[in-house]
Design a binder for this molecule. Structure first.
Ligand code: SIN
Ligand code: MN
Length: 204
């Protein structure tokens, strides 16, 4: 079931069934075996993120003391990021409406207590491409607002298998994750939540 919950913000609830979620998780496990999750820090003062991160695709998004950026290699191993698995690329092809592949799949892992402050996805060159975001594992309270930080916000629970598409008027809107709900999914053996954020980075 697909629902436009704000102008340009499409929630495809239950887009992936149980077996598709399990298959996707297997593919992501292989990615993080090659490109381990690490804990990034915020620009300038170096405060650690509460999530751990990795990437796949030609360009990975990262944050460190010198800022936010995309780069082609893992900051710890220095290896190129693994390829985006076919199962993930298919979600982009089917839902993005964009005539070209995603270049970055950011992997965020939320253990109990992790969250993501309100922010905009704005380090890309091409804002005509949407952001496609896949939820796996425990449920999350996702908050979305408008074009400025103090715009009014609404919240929605994202469940395992849900896919959110931030396009058009919502592409550059503020959003974040206030909390996850431990024990609400048994997809991940050790609990927690994985979010995959697919983005086009460069102009076509
Ligand atoms: C993000 O916007 O970086 C992550 C969103 C999510 O975890 O659902
Ligand atoms: Mn984001």
């Amino acid at each position: 079931m697909s629902n436009e919950i704000a102008d340009g913000l499409l929630l495809a609830s239950g887009y992936l069934d149980q077996s598709q979620q399990a298959a996707l998780l297997d593919d992501i496990r292989k990615v993080v075996a090659a490109a381990p999750l690490y804990r990034p820090v915020m620009p300038r003062f170096g405060k650690p993120f509460s999530v751990t991160m990795s990437n796949c695709g030609p360009l990975g998004w990262l944050s460190d003391k010198s800022g936010y950026r995309y780069q082609a290699h893992h900051p710890v191993t220095k290896e190129p990021w693994p390829e985006i698995p076919a199962s993930v690329a298919k979600i982009w092809r089917d839902l993005s409406g964009y005539d070209g592949p995603a270049e970055c799949c950011l992997i965020n892992y939320y253990a109990d207590g992790a969250k993501m402050g309100l922010h905009r996805d704005e380090n890309e060159e091409d804002f005509s491409a949407p952001v496609v975001s896949v939820s796996l594992g425990d449920e999350a309270l996702f908050r979305f607002g408008g074009a400025v930080r103090k715009s009014p916000t609404k919240s929605v629970r994202l469940l395992s298998g849900d896919v959110l598409v931030m396009a058009g008027a919502s592409r550059l809107n503020f959003h974040g994750v206030d909390r996850i709900y431990p024990g609400t999914s048994n997809l991940l053996r050790d609990g927690g939540r994985i979010n995959l954020t697919l983005r086009r980075v460069t102009m076509r």
